[in-house]
Design a protein around this ligand. Structure first.
Ligand SMILES: CCCCCCCCCCCCCC(=O)CC(=O)SCCNC(=O)CCNC(=O)[C@H](O)C(C)(C)COP(=O)(O)OP(=O)(O)OC[C@H]1O[C@@H](n2cnc3c(N)ncnc32)[C@H](O)[C@@H]1OP(=O)(O)O
Ligand SMILES: NC(=O)C1=CN([C@@H]2O[C@H](COP(=O)(O)OP(=O)(O)OC[C@H]3O[C@@H](n4cnc5c(N)ncnc54)[C@H](O)[C@@H]3O)[C@@H](O)[C@H]2O)C=CC1
Length: 311
């Protein structure tokens, strides 16, 4: 009886929502990216549930979002503290926390996954959610490097599956890469393009190709930076300075690697080295593996290529 009731409520909720805009968003993964994605959705007026494995992680995400929103509010309403406070309070009031993904997606219109960059783990998550999410719910992955099609393989909703690739830090970086797979329906594509704009992003579209646009160009550059360092051609600091002053980048490659996380970077490279063993560009680099083995994941642990003041 419970199952029938659940199926019925899913169908009712799906038919009721089918033509509505995306209002209820669930973000799975409360780390660097998930917290940023949840923030931009909440501050844009949507109901957001952020889900992680551990209550402490979602509470940490909530605190990070609150801190970031204060920076955003100060910029948006610099001359009106009352409005800034209202913006902050309203945005935070739309944010719910959960450690139960199956329950969280029950009323969702869009699920954005931002969990660890491991294909099997992403597939297992979506396979489970596919059995409980409403029929109309769109699934999206924020993966940096994995094939959207291979993630979607785990579900029966390939027509409602896309890549939504945000950039770090999400509240600041304007770009959103939208990736269609051949099965993505026009309705799904149009709805996520509208949603991307509603959360303040400029969208570009890319086929389901490794690294999409930015990372396809960024990863080789980052790999070559580490090889330059490993050959002893220049120090990390000088390479960063050179790229900031010589190429106008806001961060050099080593600052950026520490910023995005050396664990995520390692997962990306390992995935591409496995998929493209013949491409020397993707050959894993000893320095990155050593740092990750030592637990030096970059800013998130206080040390990577550089050391950071504990906040
Ligand atoms: C070792 C070999 C392995 C290599 C292979 C693997 C490589 C993998 C690479 C890709 C990894 C995956 C990444 C991915 O998928 C896609 C990405 O995200 S790529 C990264 C994209 N992001 C960048 O390139 C960031 C570049 N940096 C910057 O833009 C700036 O440095 C930054 C905005 C981060 C900080 O700016 P800065 O001026 O230095 O500091 P401020 O603190 O003054 O901030 C400026 C401005 O922005 C506001 N702000 C900053 N952070 C936040 C925040 N979290 N929330 C809200 N607002 C924020 C701040 O308030 C300032 O606003 P003002 O108006 O200036 O007051
Ligand atoms: N770090 C970056 O600059 C960027 C990362 N990405 C992508 O976003 C995704 C997340 O990356 P980050 O936020 O940097 O990683 P992170 O390590 O900061 O956060 C990942 C979070 O997912 C949680 N998690 C892992 N398995 C889970 C599961 N089964 N269910 C629920 N939560 C789970 C972890 O507890 C962790 O809090 C990855 O796919 C990454 O490639 C995309 C753009 C930029």
């Amino acid at each position: 009886m419970r199952l029938a009731h659940a199926t019925l409520s899913r169908k009712l909720s799906s038919s009721a929502c089918i033509n509505q805009s995306i209002k209820n968003v669930v973000v799975i993964g409360g780390g660097l990216m998930g917290s940023g994605i949840a923030q931009v959705a909440a501050q844009s007026g949507q109901n957001v549930t952020i889900v992680d494995l551990d209550r402490k992680v979602v509470e940490k995400a909530q605190n990070a979002i609150n801190t970031s929103l204060q920076r955003v509010a100060k910029k948006l309403f610099k001359d009106d503290l009352a409005k800034a406070d209202k913006f902050l309070t309203n945005s935070m009031s739309r944010l719910m926390l959960s450690t139960n993904p199956e329950e969280a997606v029950g009323q969702s219109d869009l699920v954005v996954e931002a969990i660890v960059e491991k294909l099997r783990i992403k597939q297992n998550l979506f396979k489970t959610l596919d059995t409980v999410a409403p029929t109309h719910t769109i699934f999206a992955s924020n993966t940096s490097s994995l094939p959207i099609g291979e993630i979607a393989e785990a579900t029966q909703r390939k027509d409602r599956f896309v890549g939504l690739h945000f950039f770090n830090p999400v509240p600041v970086m304007k770009l959103l890469e939208v990736i269609r797979i051949p099965e993505t329906s026009d309705d799904t594509y149009n709805r996520v393009m509208d949603w991307g704009k509603s959360v303040g992003k400029q969208t570009v579209t890319c086929k389901d190709t490794p690294g999409f646009i930015v990372n396809r160009l960024l990863v080789p550059y980052m790999m070559e930076s580490v090889r330059l360092l490993e050959r002893g051609d220049a120090t990390a600091r000088d390479i960063d300075t050179a790229m900031k002053l010589g190429a106008g980048y806001p961060m050099g490659p080593f600052e950026l690697l520490d910023y995005v996380g050396l664990d995520t970077s390692k997962f990306i490279i390992e995935g591409w080295a496995e998929k493209f063993p013949e491409n020397p560009l993707f050959k894993p680099v000893p320095t990155l593996n050593r740092l990750v083995e030592e637990g030096k994941l970059g800013m998130k642990t206080g040390e990577g290529f550089y050391k950071y003041q504990k906040k």
